[in-house]
Design a binder for this molecule. Structure first.
Ligand code: NAD
Length: 357
């Protein structure tokens, strides 16, 4: 029997509620698909700060490094916003990404038929949406140096550096190619090469690699146009490849095409070593502790973990089908409620999904 060791980081806010559902779901899947899964729970985020004075304790990071995969719920709360930047829960996320060298962030955006009416866009615009955003995650302007404030001038100034070397662009392009090959083989690389030198290097490097691969059809788009096209005709995209800053913004935009942030999973990967699988949403402090959260984004993240991280494809499919079945039977959490659906709590919808597995 295959044995896996995963680390579960429940974090803050709604994290413990959606993690509870995820644990039960993983246990049932492991039983049904004949594998053993050890779930090691560690503190991370605000809750880790409370106990250890840091959002990403070494012990947590070490355990993550030794695991087969990391499943993360969410971190953050307004009460930590006044802490020094490096002590805030969100800084723990950057530390985890750096520690595991997670340079590739993968966000699938797929419209589920039963939720077509939940999108703020017209049905005919979103019905064919099935795209993946591949975002570079540990380079670019979020990490570039020098950065800082200049205070010894007449008016205060601040600056950041947007920098990539070609090796960083090559490795994320290879990931996008690998993913595109399992899909429609179309990559749209998004940059701002009409204005930025760093984007020109991005475009030239992507082109160089993609041209060598006859299977791949590559197009380029400026980021402002990409934002417009995502709203105008999102069905045209298969794989969107982009840098850290542009990917951060475009993936949130793409995420909302599907209706609720409570539905969207993501994976952060490197070439070898454990990946981190997590919902796109934050800790939703406004509904934390009320058993109202939608656990599906975390369950779909667990499905990505099973498929990409553990190679348990059948179990992943089983979970996705169970989620679709429950939604098409008209069950929803409050964030997705429409006049005709039956609204369930976080744990209730979790139980419905478990029954379908
Ligand atoms: P958020 O994603 O937590 O919430 C935005 C809105 O969506 C809220 O109304 C919330 O109730 C709702 N929502 C989010 N997830 C939901 C779910 N699963 N089910 C139902 N409704 C859901 O974003 P925010 O309010 O801007 O941030 C709250 C905290 O989360 C902040 O401290 C922020 O820094 C942090 N955050 C963490 C992550 C992460 O852990 N990866 C990501 C984004 C924000």
């Amino acid at each position: 029997m295959k044995k896996y060791k995963i680390v579960l980081l429940s974090g803050d806010g709604i994290g413990p509620e959606i993690s509870e559902v995820s644990k039960k779901v993983l246990k049932k899947l492991s039983k049904n698909h004949n594998f053993d899964i050890e779930i090691i729970e560690k503190l991370f985020g605000g809750i880790a700060y409370e106990k250890y004075g840091t959002p990403a304790p070494d012990e947590t990071l070490d355990q993550c490094k030794k695991s087969d995969a990391v499943l993360l719920a969410c971190v953050g709360d307004i009460k930590y916003d006044s802490l020094a930047r490096e002590l805030r829960p969100e800084s723990g996320l950057l530390k985890l990404r750096s520690a595991l060298n997670l340079f590739a962030n993968i966000r699938p955006v797929k419209i589920r038929k039963s939720l077509l009416d939940s999108s703020t866009l017209k049905k005919e615009i979103v019905e064919h949406v099935d795209l993946i955003v591949v975002r570079e995650l540990i380079g670019g302007i979020y990490f570039g140096k020098p950065r800082g404030h200049i205070t010894n001038t007449q008016i205060p100034k601040a600056f950041n550096t947007m920098i990539y070397d070609s090796a960083e662009i090559e490795r994320i392009t290879e990931i996008a190619i690998k993913i595109a090959k399992q899909r429609n083989k179309k990559i749209c690389s998004v940059d701002k090469s009409n204005v930025l030198e760093v984007s020109q290097l991005w475009r030239d490097t992507v082109l160089n690699i993609a041209l060598k691969d006859k299977d791949i059809s590559l197009s380029n788009m400026y980021v402002d146009n990409a934002a417009m096209q995502l709203v105008k005709d999102p069905g045209q995209f298969d794989v969107i490849l982009t840098s850290n800053l542009f990917g951060d913004i475009l993936s949130d935009l793409a995420a909302m095409l599907t209706g609720s942030i409570g539905m969207l999973p993501s994976a952060s990967l490197n070439n070898n070593g454990p990946g981190v699988f997590e919902p796109v949403h934050g800790s939703a402090p406004d509904i934390a502790g009320k058993n109202m959260a939608n656990p599906i984004a975390m369950l779909l993240s667990a499905s990505m973990m099973l498929k990409i991280g553990l190679n348990e494809e059948k179990a992943a499919e089983n979970l996705e089908t169970a989620v679709d079945k429950v939604l098409s039977n008209g069950f929803r959490t409050a964030d997705l409620a429409d006049g005709s659906s039956k609204v369930l709590s976080c744990s209730e919808i979790g139980d419905k999904i478990i029954n379908e597995i």
